[in-house]
Write a protein that binds this ligand. Structure first.
Ligand code: GP9
Ligand code: MN
Length: 642
């Protein structure tokens, strides 16, 4: 060993290799990263390399012993980073993020228990320092005469950057839009490693605090003016009709409206939902649109709990997870004594739910750790919908009433996989396997919903609950238009594609007669609609949607990219169409006014999120939510890999 480590370069290699091994061992033993497949295994193995080469490699540019000092200090900082993530993960089942760390309350909640988190084997993470110190202080290395040449130092650094680009490219192939959609810390660590994740988190935090620092309460003026002029009075026929009732909100993953009444090989695909659409128990909105952007599910959730639009890039759930909100769970709690809960068969870090739900005031978050996630119960992103609904019933029964419960399904998610013998209908035969399978998972979702209804009725919950069912966003993207032409039996023009963004919205209010409602609306409109049903006026809150039942409802539905649909006109990428016939039209004043309204609405909503403007919006009888009062997870059972 003594002879082997005789030059600064050797010292660097020793530290780099040990840091690499240490990081990899920690990944494998300390975290549940849910690594599956050869590609993910390879990525996990190589992802510490770039950070080690770049970060420690910078030291090689220094003269004399300073080079060694840099490598020593660098290894120490990297170890601290790794180890703080290990401790944090043992407690929160999550990775450290700067915003949560900066909220003292959060780190504070770990406080007294830090000692309990330490384990004897943790010595392993620091034992290499004995070696580093030994060689640093001994005379074995001639720091002054054996300096690494600039050429070699540059080569090592370039190698680091090269490995990083290969790592990132492979990660993007395995998980497209990894960075732009920003979905899960777990995924970032799995694909890019703990150190690169920290850098990414640091850059995002810096950007966020800059945007926040430049915002002031004056920026609220335009927003408040817009919401005052845009407010739609409640409809007295519906106002307060759901007062005191539980609210069960069911998220149908990737479910598009074209499935309703669609017949595949002469058979209905979703007979149960079809029966709801044609009965009188539910109001079925057949001109309801999703308005999500890159944040997909999280955008739908954001809109449907806050009446704020998702961001133009990335997910507000992740990028604005520490903002102040005026969300439905908090409003329902403060104005009407509701307990709120989210139930979902994926782990809590996905979409940063475990952080942003605290800002929304969600009381309970039953994530995957509460469900039986073993063996056949799981597919694709998480728990299958049938066991999900089944296991959710007792959880709902455990909630104090009235409750506001949000159940998020998962099986009808790209690439639409089912277990053996779980498909009750044949796939379609467009030749596009994704589209073909979509019908089978949609049927599975329909069946799981039907059983859930039976259980709700048996449990007695059905009688005193509002039930809201919605599709979150498209399941079949534009990339599958060729197959969709076969499904729809017509050409999918840009106009048709806009029409395909319809997702169903069903609302059942006990004692209220339903039927089909043709009002044009979108996810942004759900919060004011719901609040008015419960008998809470939405007027004082900053919300961009309007009550779907109101006579003043704004029926110009904005898409996140500035396109829109309305009963009369549809705008897609600069071309206007007649909404009924699809014929292209020349711009008139009304079309233009709609376009400007949509642009303004999106811009103001973005300002609210970027500037964290709701922190300035003080209301007399609504308290700002204190996130430190909420804590989720059953860490002790969260041992099975994702
Ligand atoms: C994951 C799920 C999927 O928990 O909600 O999100 P999506 O990929 O549809 O945005
Ligand atoms: Mn989704």
């Amino acid at each position: 060993m003594k002879r082997i480590v005789s030059k600064p370069l050797h010292y660097f290699i020793l530290a780099a290799v040990l840091m690499w091994i240490k990081s990899y061992v920690a990944y494998k033993t300390e975290f549940n990263l849910g690594v599956s497949g050869v590609m993910q295994q390879i990525l996990l193995f190589i992802n510490p390399v770039s950070s080690v080469l770049i970060f420690l490699g910078i030291g090689l540019f220094f003269k004399g012993k300073k080079a060694g000092a840099w490598i020593l200090a660098g290894s120490f900082i990297m170890t601290l980073l790794l180890y703080s993530n290990i401790l944090y993960y043992r407690f929160f089942n999550d990775f450290v993020t700067l915003p949560t760390l900066l909220q003292t309350s959060n780190a504070g909640s770990m406080g007294g228990s830090i000692m309990d988190l330490l384990k004897a084997h943790d010595v392993f993470y620091f034992v290499d320092f004995i070696i580093y110190f030994f060689f640093f202080f001994s005379k074995k290395i001639d720091w002054h005469n054996e300096k690494v040449s600039v050429k070699n130092a540059v080569t090592i650094l370039s190698l680091g950057f090269m490995v990083f680009s290969v790592n990132l490219t492979l990660a993007e192939i395995d998980r497209p839009q990894l960075l732009s959609r920003t979905f899960d810390r777990n995924y970032l660590v799995k694909y890019l490693g703990a150190y690169n994740y920290t850098m990414y988190d640091g850059v995002q935090t810096a950007q966020n605090s800059k945007q926040r620092a430049f915002a002031s309460s004056n920026d609220l003026t335009n927003v408040v003016n817009f919401k005052n002029s845009h407010y739609a009075e409640p409809n007295s026929v519906y106002f307060g009709k759901a007062k005191g009732k539980n609210i069960i909100k069911i998220h149908l993953e990737s479910f598009q409206s074209f499935l309703i009444d669609y017949k595949l090989n002469g058979q209905e695909v979703t007979p149960f939902l079809n029966s709801l659409a044609h009965g009188n128990d539910f109001t079925y909105f057949d001109n309801f649109f999703h308005q999500t952007g890159q944040g997909k599910t999280s955008d739908a959730e954001l809109m449907m709990d806050n009446s704020l639009y998702g961001l133009p890039q990335g997910s507000a759930f992740v990028l604005k997870g520490s903002n102040t909100y005026q969300a439905a769970p908090a409003i329902l709690d403060q104005k009407a004594g509701y307990t709120s809960a989210v139930l979902h068969g994926d782990y809590k870090t996905f979409w940063n739910r475990n952080e942003i739900y605290k800002q929304f005031g969600v009381d309970k978050f039953f994530d995957a750790s509460y469900y039986n996630m073993t063996g056949e119960n799981k597919i694709n992103y998480g728990l299958k919908d049938k066991p999900f609904f089944k296991e959710s019933v007792p959880m709902l029964q455990s909630l104090p009433q009235p409750f506001y419960a949000h159940l998020i399904t998962l099986t009808n998610h790209f690439p639409f996989l089912l277990g053996n013998n779980e498909a009750s209908i044949q796939p379609a035969n467009t030749g596009d396997a994704t589209v073909d399978r979509y019908f089978q998972t949609a049927r599975y979702l329909d069946e799981s919903l039907q059983s859930f209804f039976q259980e709700l009725k048996a449990s007695g919950l059905y009688d005193n609950s509002v039930i809201m069912i919605y599709g979150d966003h498209y399941g079949i993207s534009e990339n599958h238009n060729a197959a969709m032409e076969k499904v729809m039996g017509k050409e999918i023009t840009p106009y048709e594609n806009a029409q395909l963004q319809r997702v169903p919205l069903f609302i059942h209010v006990p004692g209220v007669k339903g039927g089909v409602n043709h009002t044009y609306g979108g996810e942004i409109d759900v919060v004011p609609t719901l609040l008015h049903l419960v008998g809470i006026d939405s007027k004082e809150f900053i919300q961009f949607g309007t009550d779907l039942f109101s006579k003043d409802h704004d029926d110009v539905v904005a898409f996140r990219n500035g396109n829109y649909v309305s009963p009369k006109y549809t705008l897609v990428d600069g071309t206007y169409y007649d909404s009924k016939t699809g014929q292209a039209l020349k711009e008139n004043n009304q079309m233009k006014a709609y376009k400007q309204k949509v642009a303004k609405e999106l811009e103001l909503s973005d300002q609210v999120l970027y500037g964290d403007l709701l922190r300035f919006h003080k209301l007399k009888d609504f308290q700002t939510v204190d996130p430190s009062k909420y804590m989720y997870g059953k860490e002790e059972t969260e041992t099975s890999a994702k």
